[in-house]
Design a protein around this ligand. Structure first.
Ligand code: AMP
Ligand code: FES
Ligand code: ZN
Ligand code: ZN
Length: 334
């Protein structure tokens, strides 16, 4: 297989685009495409102050790398979830979270970039797995409380840090899997909110964008490898057997028989939405400031938003060992 641009041996063949490229041209093509999507969906400009949520995985580190190459002003945010607390005999953290943190720090240090870090345990008083055990007695996986914490902390860090936009590394496989799951459930409320850009419609909400939403996971893995980025290969240990992974596999089978199926599914959805196929119900988008932390929430009242309620419950169980709720006012550690 030859590179379409220069005829050299191709490093990647993208059947879905009927395009094969050599390593050099692939490394040019990815940022060019990213810039095209950034402009098409009006995500941000060179004037914006971007916060990239970096997990230490291939997508978010590639995103940070691409934005940096394109000349955007982008700081990183790493959220330490305390997952898999294994230690080496010398006491060093070698589990999933410690390893991802180390890789995100190394990436930033090598390029002289700013990485903000929020350690959930140090800031709020418990790790995500601990939080899951306390909040649902270990009946469910920690993924849903983890998602709630990540969304809250990302929004808060972006908003309080004065960033004009928060960027995540969601790729096409992530988006198509969520889309399929929401379609199977006809979850209209979620479908209407799934988009490459989520505007900050209310005070306290950060503007959110997904610049990689049209790249296949395989393309991002190839980018990270060809570019020589050091990223965490392992998935979160709690993701094993998740519904998202199941839908990713189903979509990969479809893609195998019909290259481009995944992209078409996602793009047709965006088009249908633009044509008004999904609409917000009156009151759906209504948010109020949480009585306790001030963050926007759909559930106002003295008990606070779901984040505050969750941590209040944990605090009641763990008692004085946890920081007072006042500690929640500033989760961002530079
Ligand atoms: P996931 O929810 O793991 O599929 O990750 C989706 C996106 O969320 C990633 O591409 C990152 O941008 C962001 N993200 C996930 N985990 C973290 C984390 N621990 N810290 C900061 N950002 C994260
Ligand atoms: Fe949160 Fe796996 S990343 S539970
Ligand atoms: Zn080439
Ligand atoms: Zn709150």
């Amino acid at each position: 297989m030859k590179c379409r641009k220069c005829g050299a041996t191709a490093a990647i063949n993208m059947r879905q685009h009927k395009l094969a490229l050599c390593a050099d041209h692939f490394l040019e093509w990815v940022p060019e495409q990213t810039q095209r999507f950034v402009e098409k969906y009006k995500m941000f400009t060179l004037e914006d102050k971007i916060l990239v949520a970096v997990s230490g995985g291939k997508d978010s580190l590639s995103l940070w790398d691409i934005l940096n190459r394109l000349g955007y002003h982008a700081d990183g945010l790493y959220i330490g979830l305390g997952i898999d607390g294994r230690r080496s005999p010398s006491g060093e953290g070698i589990g999933y979270s410690d390893e991802s943190h180390r890789l995100a720090e190394a990436f930033a240090a090598e390029r002289g970039l700013t990485l903000r870090v929020v350690e959930v345990e140090q800031t709020y008083g418990a790790t995500i797995p601990e939080l899951a055990v306390i909040s649902n007695r270990g009946r469910d996986k920690p993924c849903s409380v983890c998602g709630l914490n990540k969304r809250y902390i990302m929004n808060r860090a972006a908003h309080d840090g004065g960033y004009t936009v928060l960027a995540t590394g969601h790729n096409l496989d992530d988006e198509a899997a969520v889309l399929m799951q929401n379609t199977m459930n006809w979850a209209g409320g979620y479908l209407v909110r799934q988009a490459p850009v989520l505007e900050a419609t209310q005070p306290g909400l950060a503007r959110k964008v997904k610049p990689l939403c049209r790249f296949y996971e395989r393309e991002m893995a190839a980018y990270a490898i060809v570019r020589g980025l050091d990223y965490i290969y392992d998935e979160c240990p709690h993701a094993v057997g998740s519904t998202t992974i199941y839908y990713k596999e189903v979509l990969n089978q479809m893609e195998e028989h019909r290259p481009g199926a995944k992209l078409q599914f996602y793009l047709s959805f965006l088009q249908a939405k633009e044509q008004g196929l999904f609409a917000l119900k009156p009151g759906d988008a209504e948010l109020h400031a949480c009585d306790k932390c001030g963050q926007p929430t759909t559930a106002p009242g003295p008990e606070g938003c779901s984040f505050c309620r969750l941590w209040d419950k944990v605090r009641a169980v763990k008692g004085a060992r946890l920081p007072a709720s006042a500690a929640i006012t500033d989760p961002v550690e530079a």
